[in-house]
Ligand binder design. Structure first.
Ligand code: SF4
Ligand code: SF4
Length: 260
């Protein structure tokens, strides 16, 4: 972990969405009116480890496409850990199949058991892509929230204060990655928290802990000895929809051109 990367990460946290970024997002049809932005203190009820200091960490997520076998253990772990309602996902796996003529077929694991349907058609290559909230450093979801219920923590996580959320759904519309939903029971915005209740106690997010192949990784950029910090120093990674200027924090290793 170099001092420079640390500085970049912190600068990105403070970055706001530029007019150019907004125009790009509007062109993608994903953004609504930008009303409110900026980090705010965590709500009083936020579950955190008792001695946790959010100024001492900067969390980052890494996916290695070549290691994902599409078993969906991560989805099941997330559902159990976070009580995700049936039919909704905080994280999911997409299967990409590329035909000889270049056609790209994409499907997702079925709800319920979270397994992929068996397919028999011939394809040239196939791979799985785990998707998750990117905890964007220039996050459109926090910027459109009219009451500041969606916010960024100092340690790089995007959260929702469910007591403050009025369920308007602006953030759901604004997220260009489709990672948010309105909870069918509580009617407030819901999404991946990086298992904030776990990581602030020194544990990994449930999806990372349960992945049998190490395809999902997680680390602290402020810790120079963290294996993920070292990995990111030496490995070329890419982001999904980087051109939108949202500055995602989920790094992908081996991301192919077909992935959207
Ligand atoms: S992926 Fe969507 S919900 Fe997550 S921080 Fe980015 S814009 Fe917000
Ligand atoms: S648990 Fe790991 S290998 Fe299995 S689908 Fe999830 S990311 Fe892929």
């Amino acid at each position: 972990m170099t001092r420079r990367r640390d500085d970049i990460a912190l600068r990105e946290t403070e970055a706001s969405f530029s007019r150019r970024d907004l125009l790009k997002l509007l062109a993608s049809g994903s953004a609504l009116l930008l009303v409110h932005c900026g980090p705010v203190p965590p709500p009083p009820g936020e579950k955190r480890g008792a001695s946790y200091d959010w100024t001492k960490h900067y969390w980052v997520y890494v996916v290695d496409i070549s290691k994902c076998i599409g078993c969906c253990a991560c989805m099941r772990a997330c559902r159990a850990e976070n009580d995700v309602p049936e039919g909704y996902h905080r994280t999911w796996i997409e299967r990409y199949r590329i035909r000889k003529d270049g056609e790209v077929l994409i499907d997702v694991a079925q709800t319920g058991e979270h397994v992929f349907a068996e397919v028999k058609d011939e394809v040239e290559r196939a791979y799985f892509v785990p998707k998750i909230c990117n905890h964007c450093t220039a996050s459109p979801c926090t910027q459109v929230c009219p009451v500041g219920a969606s916010y960024q923590t100092k340690d790089g996580v995007v959260l929702v204060d469910d007591k403050a959320c009025v369920g308007c759904g602006y953030c759901v519309q604004a997220c260009p990655y489709g990672t948010r939903y309105l909870h069918p029971t509580t009617r407030v915005a819901d999404k991946c928290t990086l298992c904030y209740h776990r990581i602030t106690r020194g544990e990994k997010p449930a999806c990372v802990a349960m992945c049998p192949t190490g395809a999902r990784m997680f680390g602290d950029l402020k810790n120079p000895d963290d294996p993920i910090t070292r990995l990111l120093k030496d490995t070329r990674t890419r982001f999904i929809k980087a051109e939108l200027g949202t500055k995602p924090k989920c790094h992908y290793i081996g991301l192919d051109e077909e992935v959207i």
